[in-house]
Ligand binder design. Sequence first.
Ligand SMILES: Nc1ncnc2c1ncn2[C@@H]1O[C@H](COP(=O)(O)OP(=O)(O)OP(=O)(O)O)[C@@H](O)[C@H]1O
Length: 592
Amino acid sequence: MMMMSNEQEGEIVCLEKSSVLKGRKLIVGMCLTPSCREMLTWTIAKIAQPGDHILVLHLTSSLCGILSLYQGLCKLKNIKMELEIVKGGKLKHVLVEAACSHRASKLILGTKWHFSICSRATALGRYCVKRLPSTCMVVIVENREIILNKKGKLQLLQVSSMHLINHQSSSTQIMLKIPPQICTNRKVLTCRNLSVLQQVESISVDRPYSKFSFVELEAATASFSPTNLVGRGGGSEVYRGELQDGKLVAIKCLNQGGLQAEEELLTEIEINTCLSHANIVSLTGYCVEPAHLILVYDFLPEGTLDDHLHGGEKKLLAWEVRYKVAVGMCKALEYLHDGIPQPVIHMDVKASNILLSHDFQPQLSDFGLAKWAPKRPMYIHCNDVVGTFGYLAPEYFMYGRVNDKTDVYSFGVVLLELITGRKPIDTTRPKGEENLVIWARPLLDERNLDKLVDPRLGSTYNVCQMQTMISAASLCVQQSSQRRPQISQVLKLLGEDNNGKEEGLSSLQKHGLGVSMDSDEEEGSHFDGSPNYRDHEADIRTHLALAMLGVDANDDAVSESSIDYSSTYLCSTYLEDYLADRFSLPVSFEDH
Ligand SMILES: Nc1ncnc2c1ncn2[C@@H]1O[C@H](COP(=O)(O)OP(=O)(O)OP(=O)(O)O)[C@@H](O)[C@H]1O
């Protein structure tokens, strides 16, 4: 029998391999919550019988994820790396025991403590030095180091002298961090950035990016002059730069001072090596130096969608452009989810990560939080919820569950922004209107164009496209992730891919609706907002939306109770009337 606990939901799942407990090996999946301890007690008291063997399994998936980043480098250097979970009480005892039992030649430790030289880290170092044989060197690393030899004498060394330390392995030594205020010589390559650089070089081996020196980037930006500063993110500053060959680039300087910047840089480069798409920003190169972690991208002169929709200073974003942005982003996500051998979840789809070229072609940027997608219909569990409030899918926000539908939800929020011109969270709005999805949901159900559509657009939009976009948005922001369509289905709904019309038609025919559509009727040809538009396509696409709902509802993975029928209701009510009226077709959506 195998039992795993679902920490966030507080439920215990028992997977019984065989109904008869013969062989008597019980595996208990254990995390550190009280409900897990309760589960273990229950297993011991109620399930296990004398002679049984209980194996307690603790999965450290986040650490495994980080270690997998190093696989390339280890392979390159022909190094074997293993993860070992050790049991024990005090850290110092565990460390010494492990070093002795493995006959380690070096015990290398990182530290997050900010300490003075006479602090706890020194004490830990001294403890280890005393108890370990002289064949084992103790090294504590962070930024700059001090070597503490056996006699307790302090000697200042630079990390570039690491090889020197390696040659002295006969004498036991400790390296300690100097607190930041004592660090004066910033030119020394830190251990950390050295390892980041090695990893970058190993993961980008198939796609060599330009490796810029900081001096080159200084020259490109007039010494990072404030006039070239184009934007600030949560952990970065972005400058416009011109390279020697005249190419314009965006230079993103990650704020140093933590693992986060390193992880972002490595993830961005690792994932970008697998990507090439017209709607995804191209990474040109990087700069990794002692005090600098920098990413260099193609420069997109029109800035972000966020600036255009909510910036205030920009010209009104025309409907035509809004629709183009929606389709372009949908294509980028379809490429990530379905178009590459190892699919990717972006994890931070939002208006400020959608950049616009001179002709307003959208490009998705910022892969620092991206993840390799799990196989459908599985999801991955994330303990840290990162991303942007207002765009986070409910199951991710509440339970840390991630799969491709996480991006679909965020994309739905972007569609709502394009339709309404409102921000996802706007605390200046009256009560009840602050959260865009909550405010929009009943209006989407009613198809209340008067209230939904950005008042700045007036009547300058294509009603057919607006209806389609509203259908897509209402499907994408559904509470239940299983009920959300896959992004490829959303792309069919929005059209503008070559197969959209035919697939839309064939789907209608499959559902017994023989609707003809003029082949010369080009989508987007009516921009006058007139009520006399011929909008067969909108009907077809909205019907497709319903077909999707039907498909998902039959999915075994969807339990009855998890289905939110409200949007089925909203689409069908609208469509039954509409199709019956337009095409004199008796339509009933009961079957779907
Ligand atoms: N390739 C680019 N071309 C032009 N401008 C860019 C480019 N990349 C980023 N910018 C500008 O820099 C700003 C900051 O970008 P960055 O990706 O660091 O942050 P963000 O996505 O806005 O926020 P966060 O990092 O918190 O998610 C953007 O809002 C945009 O104005």
